[in-house]
Design a protein around this ligand. Structure first.
Ligand SMILES: NC(=O)C1=CN([C@@H]2O[C@H](COP(=O)(O)OP(=O)(O)OC[C@H]3O[C@@H](n4cnc5c(N)ncnc54)[C@H](O)[C@@H]3O)[C@@H](O)[C@H]2O)[C@@H](O)CC1
Ligand SMILES: [K+]
Length: 490
């Protein structure tokens, strides 16, 4: 799995990898530049726009110079704007500076009075992970000016001004696309930074994941290649019992929709048998909208042991706390807690003691705030999530862009799938159904979290290809099967 290193580990990684592979730091930089240029041309092939590369004094600037050369080599008109005499720049900056082709315009700007074309393409290679203070002087002036410009704007590794692991102070480059090398820098996952980053692409520079793991094993970025080994395999003789018998509890007092969405999502995730325990008002909507699920009257429920997995919360409403306590006490396997069940938990902290170990909690930001109190920012929120998961031995799925799964051992996994169109009513109920389905199929709680979160996001992406901002939770459900087909999971 892809580790997310901190900014100050990058130089160490760089050094160790260069030594182990017996390559030069320039060669590694060249790989980064080639990787950037590949992504660049996917978007701007045949563009007639002028290209302006802004370079800083360090290796981010070095990347920028290599990128300028590689783009110019393909016949594009490129200008490089630098602010530093090369004597003051990094070694690989200087090598790449000397390699610039003759036809590349180089402008040394001491005071940044440069006239910029509104319709050009700006590549920001001022600062990368080596930034150690807020932008100031000529760099601040340049970034402010670039931010006013209506050009295409792309950041190399990280938008200049953003620190790799902390919240920005002052100004930073506003990119529409950020191409980050090898792994996403931690701060690129903060919602506070969304406006600076635009679309995020991670470009490999060829360092194997195992090598990165030597440096960081606590933060990971989930990717498609991580999925196949984590999914359960079913054989030709598998029967519906193997695919799990699950119980979903919620849909009380006129809130049937939420639990029906969970039930349909569970079935589309491959659940063998889905039971829904809701109140009477849910029977007709359930049978009308999900004929494959079975309605269960709680009064007639004999034993919880009949079920392989349990998901509680969607549309549960304000039930009596003793009811939830009773359920938790009678089901001793990891279960999924969402929505109103989480609200009950926040109001009745004594319930924590009854939660089976390794249970999965899926709060969105507001629910998480109710459980753990207000956080100043995402960094603090993520730390709270980490402690909550390890103190209570649960998996905490903090939903949002780059959903973060915090495991009881303190590890955090950030999702790479999903998009803004998934911010729609019922999207979370879908995830609950998927998680419960996977637990029921015998996935470990960790594998269930990673696979359900990843496929949920992927289903959102599939749905939004045809539905765009009109995507609704049902579209996400109907797209779940496609995600299994796309990843070769049968
Ligand atoms: N694995 C790696 O380590 C690789 C790193 N590469 C690139 O190298 C970058 C990191 O390079 P560096 O460590 O040289 O760091 P940067 O290029 O980010 O900048 C560091 C330089 O800027 C100065 N500086 C920092 N903050 C400043 C501020 N606010 N105002 C003015 N000057 C400031 C520093 O004193 C230093 O001279 C990465 O972001 C990436 O773009 C790539 O070449 C690929 C390989
Ligand atoms: K940059």
């Amino acid at each position: 799995m892809l580790s997310i290193l901190s900014g100050n580990q990058v130089a160490k990684l760089d050094k160790a990898y260069i030594q182990s592979e017996n390559i030069s730091s320039w060669e590694l930089m060249e790989r980064a530049a080639l990787s950037f240029v590949r992504d660049f041309f996917k978007r701007f092939q045949n563009s007639k726009k002028k290209i302006f590369v802004f370079v800083g004094p360090g290796n981010n600037g070095g990347d920028g110079l290599a990128i300028a050369r590689l783009i110019a080599d393909r016949g594009y008109k490129v200008s490089v704007i630098t602010f530093s005499e090369k004597e003051k720049c990094s070694k690989d900056y200087v090598i790449n500076f000397e390699k610039l082709p003759e036809n590349t315009g180089v402008i040394l700007e001491k005071d940044f009075n440069y006239e910029l074309a509104e319709d050009g393409i700006v590549i920001d290679a001022l600062f990368g992970v080596g930034i150690n203070r807020p932008l100031e002087g000529v760099f601040l002036k340049a970034v402010k000016r670039l931010n006013e410009l209506h050009a295409n704007k792309i950041a190399v590794d990280i938008p200049s001004g953003l620190p790799a692991d902390e919240l920005v102070e002052g100004e930073a480059f506003l990119a529409e696309l950020t191409v980050s090398f090898q792994f996403p820098k931690f701060s690129l996952l903060f919602p506070e930074h969304a406006k600076y980053i635009g679309e995020l692409l991670v470009a490999s520079i060829g360092i194997p994941e195992d090598f990165l793991m030597k440096f960081e094993r606590r933060r990971f970025f989930m990717q498609e290649s991580d999925m196949l080994p984590r999914h359960k395999k079913f054989h030709a003789f598998s029967h519906k019992g193997d695919f799990g018998r699950i119980l979903l509890i919620g849909g009380r007092r006129g809130k049937a929709g939420a639990i029906i969405l969970s039930a349909r999502a569970a079935l589309r995730t491959g659940s063998g048998l889905v039971h829904v325990w809701a109140d009477d008002s849910a029977v007709i909507p359930l049978h009308n909208n999900c004929i494959e699920a079975m309605y269960l009257d709680g009064e007639k429920l004999v034993s919880m042991d009949d079920f392989d997995a349990l998901g509680i919360g969607p549309g549960l409403g304000q039930v009596d706390v003793s009811e939830l306590e009773g359920i938790l006490k009678s089901f001793r396997k990891p279960l999924v807690l969402d929505a109103d069940a989480l609200n009950l938990l926040s109001e009745n902290p004594q319930l924590w003691a009854n939660l089976p170990e390794n249970s999965i909690l899926t709060p969105h930001l507001k629910e998480f705030e109710r459980i753990s109190g207000k956080a100043k920012n995402q960094m603090e929120r993520l730390e709270k999530a980490r402690s909550l998961a390890s103190d209570n031995k649960v998996y905490l799925v903090l939903k949002g862009a780059f959903t973060c799964v915090s495991a009881p051992d303190g590890t955090q996994y950030f999702n790479s799938t999903g998009n803004k169109h998934m911010a729609t009513a019922g999207s979370g109920d879908v995830l609950t159904g998927m998680l419960t389905a996977m637990l029921g199929q015998g996935y470990s709680p960790l594998d269930a979290c990673l696979c359900a979160v990843f496929h949920h996001g992927l289903a959102g992406q599939v749905a939004s290809k045809t539905k765009g901002r009109g995507t609704i939770a049902s579209d996400i459900i109907e797209s779940i099967p496609q995600t299994f087909l796309d990843l070769g999971i049968d």
